[in-house]
Design a protein around this ligand. Structure first.
Ligand code: SAH
Ligand code: SF4
Ligand code: F3S
Length: 448
């Protein structure tokens, strides 16, 4: 079968990775991919359920795509991802006109489902909970110097507000040798940087064994994640990252391997969610402010230029002004390099959804705005001293808006824009002297 496919992705890096694997699978079966939605025969939306707004966006996009079928008979529109998993059969009622809907565990069936729809079947729903995986979902698209690699599926933490454990299922860690084989393949294809993915990535290897019994890391590491990082760093890859972090995993071994290994980037995204112990307890995050403080300190001691980024939820049920002020103060104390701020959104079926959503919307908006302003100020304070410094940037290519201006990221995961003198290629590690800074981006010149 064939056809021109366009995939629109919402949500986290796992969804980005799923979309890429799905695209690679379809391409291997004769489909072609396009970035141009209007020319596609098959339109797919990879959905996210993390907040109500994320689902609204996906539903809105799907409705427009379904409407466009009127001008293009034969066009197929499908939904994949977390919203399909959360809603099950309801998704077909909620988004009328869908040709198919596949949950995140069932994406390996995409080619056969599209074929069935093309043969006149439908609408087709598969929100099964058994992962259809294997080699079918290991594929990557060529061309990019950076890649995501799954190492841990699902999440067992069950934070009180979070839908992810419901839609992504129980925690399961991929065997280390499978991960290493995928990374080696990527290195062979020219990839320079990999990010190892898991919702709570530090749980890697905690629920199921990932290393052969009796084998020990060459430097004596016992914990599964530091051992994996050590091995991935030896594949020939230039840079290694992993996300998302949790304080429980910031062990001495982790800090040691990060400090010791030049390929492992000195950055971690470690969502704190709140700076109030009372709220952290109600969120069931499994740590308090002091444990987070110690985890961050351990990493900073091991890496002088370490960058820490975070997520925060404002307006969680019962969050008082005093709780909010604790969060503000803690964010200042932690000197976060960047922070994503979210307004609490009740997700049905989660424990927190049963509690009164008692912080008024206007107050959530106010708290959100204050934290963003704080972060802008902090961003400038942290970035100001970088002016004049030379930083290593992995050149990712021309920026979309301006072809001569290129972009890339520092080891600390900061976005840098620079003018390519013409000699730099995609995937090169360039030295860039910083000339101008903004709260979330840096600008600089290439240093020969
Ligand atoms: N697994 C990651 C988080 C994944 S979800 C971790 O726990 O580290 C990304 C972010 O969305 C979370 O860190 C949290 O800040 C936010 N989030 C999750 N559920 C939410 C909800 N119900 N309302 C608002 N924000 C939410
Ligand atoms: Fe959700 Fe908590 Fe798991 Fe993160 S760790 S995905 S917030 S349940
Ligand atoms: Fe969203 Fe699913 Fe990721 S709910 S945040 S796309 S795991």
């Amino acid at each position: 079968m064939s056809g021109l496919v366009h995939i629109r992705t919402y949500g986290c890096q796992m969804n980005v990775r799923d979309s890429e694997a799905a695209a690679a699978l379809l391409e291997s079966r004769g489909y072609r991919l396009t970035d141009v939605e209007s020319e596609a025969d098959i339109l797919i939306v990879n959905t996210c359920s993390i907040r109500g707004k994320a689902e609204d966006k996906a539903r809105g996009k799907l409705a427009l795509m379904i409407f466009s079928k009127q001008e293009r008979p034969g066009r197929i529109v499908g939904a994949i991802g977390c919203m399909v998993q959360r809603m099950g059969r309801e998704v077909l009622k909620s988004v009328k006109g869908l040709d198919f809907a596949l949950g995140p565990h069932r994406l390996a069936r995409l080619p056969q489902v599209i074929e069935a729809v093309q043969a006149g079947e439908g609408p087709i729903l598969d929100a099964g909970e058994v992962r259809e995986e294997g080699p079918a979902m290991d594929g990557h698209l060529p061309g990019s110097p950076i890649a995501f690699v799954n190492i841990l599926y699902g999440c067992d933490r069950r934070c009180a507000y979070c839908i992810v454990p419901d839609v992504r299922g129980r925690e399961w860690s991929r065997p280390a040798f499978d991960v290493l084989e995928e990374v080696r393949r990527l290195v062979g294809a020219g990839v320079r940087e990999v990010t190892l993915l898991g919702q709570s990535v530090m749980s890697y290897g905690r629920k199921n064994p990932v290393w052969p019994e009796g084998e020990c890391s060459s430097s004596g590491f016992l914990e599964p994640l530091p051992r994996l990082l050590e091995s991935v760093a030896k594949t020939g890859i230039a840079r290694v990252r992993f996300t998302s972090g949790h304080p429980s995993g910031c062990s001495d071994e982790l800090a040691r391997i990060m400090g010791l290994t030049s390929e492992i980037c000195e950055h971690l995204h470690m969502p704190v969610q709140s700076g109030s112990d009372r709220i952290l307890e109600r969120m069931r995050r499994g740590y308090g402010v002091e444990a987070y403080r110690q985890a961050a300190a351990r990493l900073r001691t091991a890496m002088p230029d370490f960058a820490l980024t975070t997520d925060v939820i404002v307006g969680f049920p019962g969050e008082t002004d005093a709780d909010f002020e604790s969060t503000r103060a803690f964010m200042d104390e932690m000197r976060f390099d960047n922070a994503f701020i979210f307004k609490y959104s009740p997700r049905s079926g989660t424990p927190a959804a049963a509690w009164p959503d008692d912080v008024p919307v206007a107050e959530k908006v106010r708290r959100n705005k204050i934290l963003l302003e704080d972060q802008d100020r902090r961003g400038m304070e942290i970035h100001g001293p970088l002016i004049g410094r030379e930083l290593e940037v992995l050149a990712e290519g021309a920026s979309l808006r301006n072809g001569s201006r290129w972009c890339g990221r520092t080891r600390t995961n900061k976005i840098v824009f620079f003018v390519n003198p013409g000699s730099l290629g995609v995937g090169d590690l360039a030295r860039i002297r910083i000339t101008k800074v903004l709260p979330q981006t840096l600008y600089g010149d290439w240093v020969a």
